[in-house]
Design a protein around this ligand. Sequence first.
Ligand code: NAP
Length: 257
Amino acid sequence: MFASLAGRVVVVTGASKGIGRGIAKRFGAAGCRVVVVARDGHAAKLVAEDIDVMGGRAIALSADIATEAGAHAIAAAAQDHFGGIDILCANAGVFPSAKIGDMTAEDFDAVMGINLRGTFLSVKACLPALAKTGRGRIVVTSSITGPITGFPGWSHYGASKAGQLGFVRTAAIELAAKGITINAVLPGNIATEGLIAMGEDYMASMASSVPLKRLGSVEDIANAALFFATEEAGYITGQSLVIDGGQVLPESLAALE
Ligand code: NAP
């Protein structure tokens, strides 16, 4: 049995849909007070309302985490509404596809700007509040794509996701002195709206490449993020946890037969 996280203040970036929404609702269900962040403030508000209906407490904030102003707005909103920050889930990310020959420098910078620079800016902005608790927690959403696997069209995305892990390892050492842990979740193929929109055939073919024979759910990722935020996970820092149903394990197609 894990100690309750009720009352803790959690900031979740990219929480208007997909994995971030799952994380925000999971922490809301655990009794946390949640700051739901996305550029689309209306979509973020709907998630905050869902959490309120579930009996939790949440506010929505429209902010672009790729900018210093946006990152500071997140920390300020958490401070103003809830008096501080206990947990940051740096989850916001984008994954446009472009092969290297067609990719522009602007395409590359845009993905790096949100996924990697945005992670840094979110952590930096929330750092003073996290340090005040003496037991702050940061959970970064990386991916299997980049750190472990590759996929044509996602070289910039993979580089940003691998870069997040490099950031996490040094941040873990720097932040340890403030009692803050930082870890990463590495989702495999998760059944978010974007994947579902690609159709049943696509989903079935992706699921068949997973040893557990199903796509992941947003709850699978949210549960891992929640674990990293617990008191009991307080001695774990600088680590990454793959949540992919075993997808990265088979050496060849024959291994799946
Ligand atoms: P998604 O459904 O497209 O949601 C992305 C979220 O990030 C949205 O709430 C979006 O809202 C927000 N966002 C994007 N850019 C932002 C910015 N500059 N500032 C603030 N918020 C921003 O994506 P997802 O599939 O849930 O992915 C979430 C995270 O999981 C990403 O980091 C992704 O790399 C990672 N991941 C996903 C999968 C998967 O299978 N889905 C697998 C591995 C890793 P706005 O557009 O309104 O800002």
